[in-house]
Design a protein around this ligand. Structure first.
Ligand SMILES: Cc1cc2nc3c(=O)[nH]c(=O)nc-3n(C[C@H](O)[C@H](O)[C@H](O)COP(=O)(O)OP(=O)(O)OC[C@H]3O[C@@H](n4cnc5c(N)ncnc54)[C@H](O)[C@@H]3O)c2cc1C
Length: 423
C-alpha cells in the first residue's frame, strides 16, 4: 500500500466512510445525481468483506423486507455492469438450495409463503428437475428450491471496477485514509476528521462494515454489532456442468468466471468477539440460540475496535483445519470435486446485527448523519439497491420501499426484534 499522504479536498457535499459495496454503491448514485462525493477508505477499495464474499447475488431466501430491494438490485447490477470497462462476471444463472429430505425442503416454506406475490420465479424442484439443472447431481439431494434469475458476480472485480469508474467521473475515492471521527456542532454534522486532516461536509454516510459500531460510538450511537469469521476457497477448473449458485446443508459452491468454483462449508461460522463487543452479548442471544451449531465461539485473533489505523485491511486467516474441512466436505458431497485442487483460501469478517438485516437510515437527532451497514452476510447482492436507497435518503428524495425494518432505533425503542432468515 502506498505510504504517500493523500491529497484531501477541503470540503465536499457528502463524505462516505468505507469503500465496500455499501459505500461505493451510495457514491455511485450520489455522483450520478450530481453531488460532490468523497469516499474515505482506511485500507483499499473492497479490501474487506466486499472482495471476499461468495459472489452470490440472490433474491432466494431473503427477508421479506429485503426482497423488493434486492429485486431492484438485480436490475441495477446489470446497469452498473454495462457501464464498467471491466467484465465483473455478472450473470443470472440461478440459485439452488439442495435438500436431502422433506424436513430440509420444508424450511423454505416461510420464504415461499410470500415470494411468489412479489413476482419471483422461485419454485420447488423435484429430483427429476434437479437432474436437469445439475447433470450428475449426487443422489443424496432429492429436491430443492430454485430461483432461475438469481445472479452472481466476481467480488474481487466488481467494487474495484465501480470505484475506478467513479474516479474516472471525477469523484474522490481515497484509500489509506482512516476517518477517525465524525465532526459535529450542535448535533449537526460539519464533516470528518481523517488521519490526514479535516474534510468539511454537511452530510456523512457511515458504511464501515465491521467497524461501523466504533465510528458510531464516537457519535454517541449504540449499534450492536458482532464480527463473524467466514472462510472460503476457490478451486481449479472443475468438470461440473452447473453454472449457478448452489448450497446444501453442508456445502456451498458457485461457478466462477475462471471456470473454477468458489466453495465453502455452509454450516460453519466462527464468532470472534473483541472485548468491545462483549456489551452486545444480550442483543445477540436469540441469534446465537437459533444458529447454535453453525456459530462457533472463538478467541479473537484480530482486534476490531476504535483504532481504525491498526488494521488497514481486516484479514482473518483460515486455519489449515478449516481449509481441510472445506475440501473434505466437497469431495464427500459432490464427486466432481474429488481430487480438485483448492487454489486459494481466505476468510472475511461478517458484520452481523442481532436480527441479521441491515440499518439503512438517517440518524434522528444528528442532522446530516446517515448509516448503511450491518448487512449480516448478504450485503453484496443487495448493495446497489441499498446504495440507491441511502442516496435518496441523503437527497431527501422519496424512497418507494418501507424502511421501517431497517431503522436504527429498533435496537433502542423497546420493540421486539424479528430474526431474519440467516447470516
Ligand atoms: C465469506 C463471506 C461470504 C459472503 N457471501 C456473500 C454472498 O454470496 N452474497 C452476498 O450478498 N453477501 C455475501 N457476504 C456479505 C457481503 O460480503 C457483505 O455484506 C458486504 O460486502 C458488506 O459490504 P460493506 O460495504 O457494508 O462492508 P465492507 O465490504 O466490509 O466495507 C467496509 C469498509 O469500510 C472501511 N472502513 C471501516 N471503518 C473505516 C474508517 N473509520 N475510515 C475509513 N474506512 C473505514 C473498511 O476498511 C472496509 O473496507 C459474504 C461475506 C463474507 C465475509
Amino acid at each position: 500500500m502506498s505510504s504517500e499522504k493523500p491529497k484531501l479536498p477541503g470540503s465536499t457535499d457528502v463524505v462516505i466512510v468505507g469503500a465496500g459495496i455499501a459505500g461505493i454503491s451510495a457514491a455511485w448514485f450520489l455522483d450520478k445525481a450530481g453531488l460532490r462525493v468523497v469516499v474515505c477508505e482506511k485500507g483499499v477499495v473492497a479490501g474487506e468483506q466486499s472482495s471476499r464474499n461468495w459472489g452470490w447475488i440472490r433474491q432466494q431466501g431473503r427477508d421479506q423486507s429485503e426482497l423488493p430491494i434486492v429485486m431492484e438490485s438485480m436490475r441495477l447490477w446489470q446497469d452498473i455492469a454495462d457501464e464498467l470497462d471491466t467484465d465483473i462476471g455478472y450473470q443470472r444463472e440461478g440459485s439452488l438450495y439442495l435438500c436431502e429430505n422433506d424436513a430440509e425442503l420444508s424450511r423454505h416454506q416461510r420464504f415461499m409463503s410470500f415470494a411468489p406475490a412479489y413476482g419471483l420465479t422461485t419454485s420447488y424442484v423435484n429430483r427429476k428437475q434437479l437432474e436437469t439443472l445439475m447433470p450428475d447431481c449426487p443422489e443424496r439431494w432429492q429436491s430443492g428450491l430454485h430461483t432461475p434469475d438469481d445472479g452472481r458476480a466476481e467480488p474481487s472485480l466488481a467494487v474495484p471496477a465501480m470505484a475506478k469508474t467513479l474516479r474516472d467521473r471525477g469523484a474522490h475515492v481515497i484509500e489509506n485514509c482512516a476517518v477517525e471521527q465524525v465532526m459535529m456542532e450542535n448535533r449537526k454534522v460539519t464533516g470528518v476528521l481523517t488521519e490526514y486532516g479535516e474534510i468539511k461536509a454537511s452530510t456523512v454516510l457511515c458504511a464501515g462494515g465491521a467497524w461501523s459500531t466504533f465510528l458510531l460510538r464516537g457519535c454517541g450511537i449504540r449499534l450492536p454489532q458482532l464480527t463473524v469469521k467466514a472462510s472460503v476457497a476457490r478451486t481449479a477448473p472443475v468438470p461440473l456442468k452447473f453454472n449457478g449458485n448452489a448450497s446444501g446443508s453442508k456445502v456451498a459452491f458457485r461457478r466462477r468466471l475462471d471456470g473454477g468454483y468458489t466453495v465453502a462449508c455452509s454450516d460453519y461460522l466462527e464468532v470472534l468477539p473483541s472485548a468491545s463487543h462483549l456489551g452486545f452479548a444480550r442483543d445477540f442471544l436469540p441469534l446465537i440460540k437459533t444458529s447454535f451449531g453453525k456459530l462457533k465461539l472463538r478467541i479473537p485473533e484480530l482486534k476490531v475496535d476504535a483504532d481504525f489505523k491498526r488494521q488497514r485491511i481486516l484479514n482473518p486467516i483460515p486455519t489449515v483445519a478449516t481449509v481441510a474441512r472445506i475440501k473434505a466436505r466437497l469431495a464427500d458431497r459432490v464427486p466432481a470435486f474429488r481430487g480438485i485442487e483448492l487454489v486459494e483460501a481466505w476468510s472475511g469478517m461478517i458484520d452481523a446485527l442481532p436480527d441479521v438485516v441491515p440499518v439503512l437510515d438517517r440518524v434522528d437527532g444528528i442532522d446530516g448523519l446517515f448509516i448503511s451497514t450491518g448487512f449480516s452476510g448478504h450485503g453484496f447482492g443487495i448493495g446497489p439497491g441499498a446504495g440507491k436507497i441511502v442516496a435518496s435518503l441523503i437527497q431527501n428524495n422519496r424512497v418507494e420501499y418501507d424502511l421501517t425494518r431497517f431503522r436504527l432505533t429498533r435496537f433502542s425503542d423497546g420493540s421486539k426484534l424479528e430474526l431474519g432468515p440467516a447470516i
